[in-house]
Design a protein around this ligand. Sequence first.
Ligand code: PHE
Length: 459
Amino acid sequence: MEEHQKSLKRENFSSGIAVFFATLGSAVGLGNIWRFPYLTGANGGAAFLIVYLICIAFIGIPVMVCEFYIGRKTRKNAVGAFDKIGASKGWKTIGFAGIVSAFLIMFFYSCVAGWVYSYLFRAINGDFAGINPDASGAMFTKTILGPMPPILWQMIVLVVVSLILIAGVQKGIERITKTLMPVLFILIIICDIRAITLPGAAQGFTFLFKPDFSSLTAAGILTALGLAFFKLSLGMGTMMTYGSYFTEDNNLIATSAKVAISDTIVSLLAGIAIFPAVFSFGMKPGAGPGLLFITIPLVFSKIPLGNLLLVAFFFLTSIAATTAMMSLVEVPVAYLTEEKGMNRKKAVITTTAIMAIIGILATLSVDKGSVLGKVSILGKGFFDLFDYISSNILLPVGGLLIAVFVGYFNKKESIVNELSNEGTLKNTKLINIYLLILRFVTPVLLILVFLNSIGLIKI
Ligand code: PHE
């Protein structure tokens, strides 16, 4: 009997530090190192960055607090949480949509993570020694076209993530994130020091920090919003699920702010590592998804210990990608174990198997000359389609619904009680300001961006 009770007991993170690093481990990922720089580059630099920062402050942080609130209050997975909190049936759709988003994101995320793992392997092998811009471009093309190697790397990524997740919340997620996130921070700063000493680095800074609003389009604004959701792992139940493992004494508003700020710093540091190099080597900031893979080997190509730094850089990117993926996979895993009674191992294997099968479609669609590469739905191949639907549609819509649900369909006492840890925090004033933003600023901004993106208004 006791055994049975034990197996039903939910695992939690063990301390405030563990909560912080696990949550940061979910937020920091390919979004910072791969997506943030290439989207900032493609959408005009600093002006895009400003819109992005506004989205983080007035939409991202408030929605993150909502997810933590729902998760910790109910201690349930993203679907079960809405039942437990007493929401009417329709709200559960947010949880199901979250599971769909987790899969859509994993399909292309695991593909890019595979490229990163393979670059780590190449760097260890010394393949980048003395490389020039043309050869670096060719190397990237060779890496993504395959067809077999990128699929194999993608499968390796999925196996690594599954093994960590099978180990559980404390022994898996917590242990890995607590050890590796600080290492990541140090490594990225070393990369920055190298990048800012490149000749012509100043131009990269101007691009990243001096706004030119004429280069910002409506599509760019929607992309900045989508990136904010993607970055902070919001709108799809990841932060709800992690929130359900938080300690009772965690300060939810403070954790959200700390995670959002740290995550933004990592993105900026990644930008500072990449843009000076882009300009220094005469490349185009709008080069697209290959930006990271083509520039970084060049940054380190001609300096002493360059190869060692390159190994370090791709190691850190692999860590970031892996810890973020763990949190993506945890959404369906928590659902399957709690709602469908599967054991953890079976849930992880089932989820990973589905990700592997459809993920291969995304990977193969990258080669525009192949049969799958020619498939186009809404004018996009599988890879871009999964990315667009999840980041630019499902996550922001999910975020809007979560904000409306908490802001308008939950009792104020219940929110105050949870966010103040039953009155122990004495932060009622802050909670009141938070509720004002959540009710009146967050949804309005979200709706404005949507209307702007379909051309009904002009921001
Ligand atoms: N935040 C992660 C990144 O930036 C991606 C992610 C999105 C993770 C959604 C979980 C949920 O790489």
